[in-house]
Design a protein. Structure first.
Length: 190
């Protein structure tokens, strides 16, 4: 499996490159992402350790899927199939609370499939947030609490849930085991 641990310097360069290609200023993107220009500048220079939430806000402001910050330009899908050892993984350090495996074979589709692994006694993000896409999630393994709007729902292995577009949500693993959730999202925002 091709693992990707967030390298703040290269991540920052990727974000800066996308921003500059769109002819956007630091302030324009920061305002859209609801973060400070200083934070975005530090992020672009590899001086900040961004949360998943911050990266999602920046991706949304730039109108790109989150995975665009990690994709390699020289990789072009040549098949409609991704073999088991070819999936991309994204792990955020130093906390390492959650790891994502992108299961979708192609970048330019209307739907995206991913596996989220939430480590014991941790959560997907610090503060519940929303995004444009609607999701269907299936708990592959474990028990997890999903905060969906103002409601908290406990989900077990085999349960599935619909997360409407623009609904604030976050996943919390209060157990001592890794929780695995497969989710499909449309349009792709990861």
């Amino acid at each position: 499996m091709k693992g990707l641990i967030v390298d703040n310097y290269n991540l920052g360069l990727r974000i800066q490159s996308i921003r500059q290609k769109q002819n956007l200023t630091l302030k324009e993107v920061a305002d859209k992402a609801n973060i400070t220009s200083s934070m975005l500048s530090q992020l672009e220079r590899g001086k900040a350790n961004p949360s998943v939430e911050t990266l999602r806000k920046v991706a949304s402001a730039l109108e790109v899927p989150l995975f665009a910050f990690f994709a390699q330009d020289n990789i072009v899908p040549t098949s409609h199939v991704i073999r088991k050892n070819e999936h991309k993984k994204v792990t955020f350090l130093p906390a390492k609370q959650v790891e994502y495996t992108i299961l979708s074979p192609q970048k330019n589709t209307e739907i995206e499939l991913a596996l989220m692994e939430i480590y014991p006694i941790s959560q997907s993000i610090d503060k519940a947030m929303s995004h444009v896409g609607e999701e269907i999630a299936y708990v592959l393994e474990g028990t997890v609490d999903l905060t969906l709007g103002s409601e908290t729902i406990s989900l077990n292995t085999g349960d599935s849930v619909h997360i409407p577009a623009s609904t604030v949500h976050k996943w919390v693993n209060n157990s001592n085991n890794i929780v695995k959730v497969i989710f499909a999202i449309t349009p792709p925002t990861f």
